[in-house]
Design a binder for this molecule. Structure first.
Ligand SMILES: Cc1cc2nc3c(=O)[nH]c(=O)nc-3n(C[C@H](O)[C@H](O)[C@H](O)COP(=O)(O)OP(=O)(O)OC[C@H]3O[C@@H](n4cnc5c(N)ncnc54)[C@H](O)[C@@H]3O)c2cc1C
Ligand SMILES: *[C@@H]1O[C@H](CO)[C@@H](O)[C@H](O)[C@H]1NC(C)=O
Ligand SMILES: *[C@@H]1O[C@H](CO)[C@@H](O)[C@H](O)[C@H]1NC(C)=O
Ligand SMILES: *[C@@H]1O[C@H](CO)[C@@H](O)[C@H](O)[C@H]1NC(C)=O
Ligand SMILES: *[C@@H]1O[C@H](CO)[C@@H](O)[C@H](O)[C@H]1NC(C)=O
Length: 547
């Protein structure tokens, strides 16, 4: 603040010969920027850190998985300890609200629209913190847990905890994501119907607030911060450590087969598919350990590739099944085996559960894989896509949470109409039960209804194409989906939300908006953190008269 005032005062004194007030203002701003950036850089360079600040090689921090937004930061912090994170944030906090510097934590940069980026600010590369030791506690006790860095990848947590026969309870489909990144959203996958999202399976966090304070928080200690940070889109602090709930992992060790029986069945009717999914997530007797589903849109001949290494229960019947280009809905379930002796019994139970469902009977496919193979399944697709140069393409993805009572209407309008021919990538659909979500967290879900569906339309664009498979057309298509839903009043919410106006954010948060704003002014009053979410704007905090 002092720097800035000094710059401008000095400038004003020398401005007597400049007639136009506009020119004075403009040149003052330009001077202010140049003057203050160079002084910011030198003061940042003087900070004593265990890790380091990188000012040259900052381009990798200006990209993300979405491949559509690029903001170049001023510097990248490679922290080696939580105090590095706190020092840098505290330093910028002390510069006051006039400094334009903002701070973006970057997990793996798997955001879609620049959420982990900042223009001319500091990106904190959270993965640099990840090699702090992962500590598993309470092995053999009723409630084991693991302490991890906020920059840790879920895949590493899986590998480490499995050494103790344990594993986290709730996952995402893809594990090469960071703890801080998924906890800032929700972390939803096929286990969420039972355990809730990842944010419902955290005991404690260590957070660096927008004032540079290091605080532990939990249900009991600093609980307002704890709930705020979970699903908080990075707005209230940087998660530097997390304590994650564990459970016994499926242990059955087989030589040839795995611990997970993974099954897929097909439906022609969305309503029947959804009814069965809801039935499975509501059954009390723990029929399956994982429940998801996906839509196969008008793909004649695709039946061989969607099932990959799955084997049909009845090969002859399965070979005769034809979809004739109609949409198919694939229910995907998994059962974990814990006890070798009981395998036959469990297989019988699985058969019985499947028998009660109304899928097309010739379309039962299954496979057995290890628990790790199962959880890390998307990585296999990643390797394949990478080898074909199809991973680092634009990803105009759309993730929605659709209330149960309107999901058939949504399916009719979207899968039956808008999505017809333009879907290069999976469309995932499955229900979860809100009673497993803590409504004190910042995560936003459809209001009122107990059951809602995650609908993830994960389309890859063909780089450079201006056609239906190009990014512009896919973005337009997504817009049509949102407009259709809005017009029909479906009451859905975006997951991994992206909005550009204050008005849209306010309606996204609905009844949670006031708390969200209150927490922002309490924990990050200068709006320095996660500017790429575009909810609050540091620059606009400063009124035009104050400089
Ligand atoms: C292939 C793929 C599959 C996916 N599957 C799922 C899925 O099944 N379920 C699901 O829920 N999500 C899924 N996601 C979305 C994923 O949860 C988000 O991409 C999320 O942002 C995590 O990615 P990241 O760790 O790279 O975080 P980043 O993209 O780097 O960061 C995300 C946001 O969190 C902030 N942030 C990052 N780290 C911290 C921290 N330590 N403290 C505070 N704020 C932080 C960033 O500033 C940014 O605003 C998937 C993404 C991909 C690419
Ligand atoms: C936070 O908790 C951890 C583990 O319980 C502890 O080691 C650390 O010192 C605590 N930090 C603060 C700032 O209280
Ligand atoms: C949602 O979960 C709660 C708590 O487990 C349960 O009482 C309720 O019946 C579930 N709702 C549905 C529709 O399955
Ligand atoms: C399926 O796609 C083809 C073009 O590939 C189109 O002609 C046909 O109308 C589509 N069918 C449905 C049911 O949408
Ligand atoms: C959370 O849920 C409880 C009980 O279901 C309700 O009384 C409360 O108003 C809800 N709080 C918010 C912030 O929605």
């Amino acid at each position: 603040m002092n720097n800035l005032h000094a710059c401008c005062l000095l400038r004003k004194r020398n401005m007597l010969i400049v007639r136009s007030f506009t020119i004075l203002l403009l040149s003052c701003i330009a001077f202010k920027l140049a003057c203050c950036f160079s002084s910011s850089i030198s003061s940042l360079k003087a900070l004593p850190l265990v890790g380091h600040l990188e000012f040259e090689d900052v381009h990798p921090a200006s990209k993300d998985f979405g491949n559509r937004y690029q903001l170049l930061p001023l510097a990248v912090l490679h922290p080696k300890s939580v105090s590095d994170v706190a020092s840098v944030i505290r330093h910028i906090w002390m510069m006051g609200p006039h400094s334009q510097l903002t701070v973006a934590a970057r997990g793996r940069g798997h955001s879609l629209q620049g959420q982990a980026q900042t223009r001319n600010g500091i990106v904190i590369r959270m993965e640099s913190l990840q090699h702090q030791k992962l500590k598993v506690h309470g092995v053999g006790a009723p409630a084991p847990f693991v302490d991890v860095s906020g920059g840790e990848l879920w895949i590493n947590i899986l590998h480490e905890t499995l050494k103790y026969g344990l594993a986290p309870k709730s996952w995402t489909d893809y594990l090469h994501l960071t703890v801080g990144g998924t906890l800032s959203n929700a972390g939803i996958s096929g286990q969420a119907f039972r355990h809730g999202p990842q944010i419902s399976n955290v005991h404690q966090l260590e957070v660096v607030t927008g004032k540079g304070e290091i605080l532990n928080c939990s249900e009991r200690q600093n609980s307002d911060l704890f709930h705020g940070v979970l699903g908080g889109l990075g707005q209230f602090g940087i998660i530097t450590r997390a304590r994650i709930a564990l459970e016994p992992a499926p242990t059955m060790l087989y030589v040839n087969n795995g611990q997970v029986k993974w099954m897929r069945v097909l439906y022609l009717d969305f309503a029947a598919f959804a009814r069965d999914q809801e039935r499975l997530i509501s059954s009390d007797d723990d029929k399956f350990d994982y429940i998801e589903g996906f839509v196969i849109i008008n793909r004649t001949g695709l039946l061989d590739s969607w099932r990959l290494s799955f084997t049909p229960e009845d090969p002859i019947e399965a070979s005769q099944f034809k979809s004739d280009g109609r949409n198919l809905y694939c229910l995907e379930v998994a059962k974990y085996f814990n006890n070798e002796d009981k395998k036959d019994v469990m297989n019988q139970e699985v058969k019985k559960s499947l028998f009660e469902l109304s899928y097309i009977s010739s379309t039962l496919f299954s496979t057995e894989v290890t628990y790790e193979e199962f959880l890390d399944r998307v990585h296999v697709s990643e390797m394949k896509l990478r080898s074909k140069g199809q991973w680092e393409v634009p990803h105009p993805w759309l993730n929605l949470l659709v209330p149960r009572s309107r999901v058939n209407e949504f399916a009719k309008g979207v899968f039956g109409n808008i999505l017809t021919d333009t879907s290069n990538g999976p469309v995932i659909v499955y229900p979860v039960n809100k009673s497993k979500w803590d409504n004190r967290s910042s995560a936003v879900t459809p209001e009122e209804e107990e059951i809602f569906y995650l609908v993830a339309i994960l389309t890859s664009a063909v780089p450079g194409s201006t056609g239906l498979d190009g990014v512009d057309q896919i973005v337009k298509r997504n817009q049509r989906i949102l407009e259709f839903s809005e017009a029909a009043g479906l009451g859905l919410k975006q997951y991994l939300p992206h909005y550009t106006t204050r008005h849209e954010w306010r309606s996204h948060f609905g009844p949670k908006w006031d708390d969200f704003v209150r927490r922002k002014s309490r924990y990050d009053p200068f709006a320095m953190l996660a500017p790429g979410q575009r909810i609050f704007d540091k620059a606009s905090l400063v009124s035009p008269h104050s400089s």
